[in-house]
Design a protein around this ligand. Structure first.
Ligand code: NAD
Length: 301
């Protein structure tokens, strides 16, 4: 079934696929509440007031509440010490009503992000960034339903799976090797039996490598770096990038969100393509809710 795919076009509708996932979670959580007299709880920890973080935290909180997850909000002063933050995580690790813990990144520079991420109970790791979960993702041969997998790449995989296209044997090129997107994306595609190439900032001849991709996932953070003529005919293009740029619209300079792919040109060659916004972004949030629900079920069922 081609869930969320507009039959008249090649656009992969992340908003729609994410909405379907949230509706499924809402039904599941409501049954869990009846059967176990408990609900999943997500602790959302934000340090400081980075504007983009506030937007993400607000969107995640709203979506969590809508599906029936209880949100335990901790908005901390940017001057909080690392020790104080670690103490908070430690106390959240011990609370039974907290199924998942999300520490919104980036943290202020005086706090070591990896130390904080490592301190989260791996069983409550809503983002799937803990080394134990990263290791499990790397060594498990197939996608175990109980695994806590980084939300953005898992959302990309769900979109690919929604197309009804066989992934096995396809050449997948992932641009970007970050711990939160590029590397786990490559792991997931490998599990789908794709032949995976990871490109990055030191890759030579990126256009040539991209032009050999049946599936291209761009997670770079450079506005429209991937040009339309780099896209192989009928390739599937997943654009993870979110870049704020100034563009002239109706004679005025306005802020606009664009991806890492030059969409208007790429869509001429691609068989399927995700838009920005409305592609990967909504999937990331839906997968966070999914992880929180999985963490709850792993503990209580
Ligand atoms: P990052 O900065 O950690 O990693 C970027 C990667 O791109 C690096 O591995 C680097 O090697 C590679 N790179 C940089 N310049 C390059 C070049 N010229 N050619 C080839 N590779 C190059 O970023 P990230 O956290 O992985 O995020 C990537 C993008 O995805 C950003 O735009 C970010 O905002 C976006 N993002 C979106 C979501 C979402 O929900 N839609 C979630 C996470 C990240």
């Amino acid at each position: 079934m081609n869930i969320g795919q507009d039959s008249m076009s090649k656009i992969i509708d992340g908003k729609k696929i994410a909405q379907e996932l949230r509706e499924d979670l809402k039904k599941e959580i409501s049954k869990l509440k009846i059967n176990y007299k408990k609900e999943p709880g997500l602790a959302v920890v934000q340090v400081g007031n980075v504007a983009a973080s506030s937007v993400y935290v607000k969107a995640k909180t709203k979506s969590a509440i809508e599906v029936g997850i209880k949100v335990i909000d901790h908005h901390l002063d940017e001057k909080i010490t690392q020790k104080e933050l670690l103490n908070l995580v430690d106390s959240l690790n011990k609370q039974d009503n907290v199924s998942g813990i999300l520490v919104q990144l980036p943290l202020p520079v005086h706090i070591n992000e990896q130390v904080v991420l490592d301190s989260i109970d791996p069983n409550k790791d809503a983002d799937g960034f803990h080394p134990l979960n990263v290791g499990k993702l790397s060594i498990s041969a197939t996608n175990d339903e109980n695994l806590l997998i980084p939300c953005t790449p898992y959302g990309c995989l769900l979109m690919l799976n929604s197309l009804g296209v066989e992934l096995k044997g396809k050449h997948a090129v992932v641009i970007g090797r970050s711990n939160i997107v590029g590397k786990p994306m490559a792991q997931l595609l490998l599990k789908e039996s794709c032949t995976v190439t990871i490109a990055h900032s030191k890759t030579t001849d990126l256009p040539k490598i991209c032009s050999e991709a049946d599936i291209l996932v761009a997670a770079v953070g450079r506005p429209e770096i991937v040009k339309g003529n780099w896209i192989k005919k009928n390739a599937i293009v997943i654009d993870v990038g979110i870049n704020r740029v100034q563009r002239e619209i109706d004679g005025e300079q306005k802020n606009k969100l664009v991806g890492d792919v030059d969409y208007s040109e790429a869509e001429k060659n691609a068989s399927f393509i995700t838009p920005v916004p409305g592609g990967v972004g909504p999937m990331t949030i839906a997968c966070l809710l999914r992880n929180t629900t999985i963490a709850f079920k792993n503990k209580f069922i």
